[in-house]
Ligand binder design. Structure first.
Ligand code: ZN
Ligand code: ZN
Ligand code: ZN
Length: 378
């Protein structure tokens, strides 16, 4: 994962102070006495900067009843202090030298918690050391507590997602206005990366280009296939802007689409619109999946569904809530996620349409604004 400097992209210190407060409240509600968060998307979300994930332990300690602390290698203390700004005053910063034992510094700040939540991507070498040192404390997954806060976007986060979506839309409009035939998938993918950056992303994260039979492979790796007339082309692109991700898919067709592809695409367009229209507070996430899936199944393309309808998005491109048949969690205002049904006919062609949708009190709001009509390209 890229280390993104946060100059100019940090929210006000109060935003992070509030996040720290809310995750400890969620931890407390789950009987957890303290959270330990090592460098990760969670760490960046909570503190507003991405610390490097290295062999030297960096760990944010959030005891439910006590003061937060940050154990950092002494050589990274300047980075932490510079990045934290005023938030640094609300944290005890505990630098450790090369001969210190950072795990003892952590355990001394846990207030004797008997249930400790660990960030879910913490390296096993850290987990094993903590397990030995904290015995008999129970170590549990911190992600339910942190995820409960991350999955509800505050207005300032929705603004970031909107700006990121607008940048992806600009790149999508640009690439679907270009000639695709005669270029390889890999060339078009590299071009999309340029367009994502030119449109304002800080990082271009992915540009899937699946042409012809490759359009039937949802996560196709763009290769040396030369795009030609008669190809469906699935373009799934995204990047990161000011710490928030974009992710959008449009399907193009090179030349006039034959009637059977046009028919398949119209079913998909209705299904994706139905998924978006079903979004409202209180609606179980699985119902959004169902709304899209039903239309595809009823039109006879059910065998062409290969993946869930969507995923949450925020500081990571895939996060909670997942829009999947098994998720009965009700949506709430502030949830942000993709609605991206696809129909894939192996060996022949495929299509996908993907928008980021925010659940608001008034229903679902699409952040992507490009037309969902089939893009006919040269
Ligand atoms: Zn995917
Ligand atoms: Zn996508
Ligand atoms: Zn997606």
């Amino acid at each position: 994962m890229a280390i993104i400097t946060t100059a100019g992209t940090r929210f006000a210190d109060a935003v992070y102070a509030d996040r720290l407060r809310r995750v400890t409240t969620e931890a407390s509600a789950r009987g957890i006495g303290a959270l330990l968060v090592t460098p990760s998307a969670d760490y960046g979300y909570l503190l507003g900067y991405r610390a490097p994930a290295l062999e030297r332990l960096t760990c944010l300690i959030l005891p439910v009843g006590g003061a937060p602390a940050l154990v950092v290698p002494r050589l990274e203390e300047p980075l932490a202090r510079n990045s934290l700004g005023g938030l640094g005053d609300a944290l005890e910063i505990v630098p450790w030298g090369e001969t210190d034992d950072p795990f003892r510094l952590v355990s001394a700040r846990l207030d004797g918690a008997l249930r400790v939540g660990l960030q879910d991507q913490m390296w096993s070498r850290f987990v094993l050391q903590l397990q030995a040192l904290l015995d008999p404390a129970e170590l549990v997954d911190a992600s339910p507590a942190i995820g409960a806060v991350r999955r509800i976007k505050q207005p300032e986060e929705v603004e970031r997602l909107r700006a990121s979506a607008a940048a992806a839309d600009a790149a999508m409009r640009a690439i679907t206005a270009e000639r695709l035939s005669g270029r390889t998938e890999a060339e078009v993918s590299r071009r999309i990366n340029e367009l994502l950056l030119a449109a304002g992303h800080d990082a271009a994260d992915f540009a899937i280009v699946g042409s012809g039979p490759n359009s039937a492979s949802p996560h196709h790796e763009p290769g040396e296939r030369v795009i030609a007339s008669g190809d469906a082309v699935v373009l799934d692109i995204g990047g990161t802007r000011a710490g928030y991700c974009s992710d959008t898919t449009r399907t193009a067709f090179v030349g006039e689409p034959p009637p059977d592809f046009a028919a398949l695409y119209e079913v998909l367009r209705l299904a994706q619109a139905a998924g978006c229209a079903s979004v409202a507070p209180g609606v179980p996430a699985r119902d959004v999946d169902r709304a899209a899936r039903r239309i595809i199944e009823e039109a006879g393309y059910g065998d062409g569904i290969l993946h869930r309808t969507g995923h949450g998005i925020g500081v990571e491109v895939h996060e909670e809530p997942y829009i999947v048949a098994t998720n009965d969690e009700p949506l709430v205002a502030g949830n942000a996620f993709s609605v991206e049904p696809g129909i894939y006919i192996a060996g022949r062609w495929g299509a996908r349409i993907e928008d980021i949708v925010v659940c608001t009190d008034a229903g679902g709001e699409r952040l992507n604004t490009t037309s969902t009509e089939l893009a006919v390209v040269a």
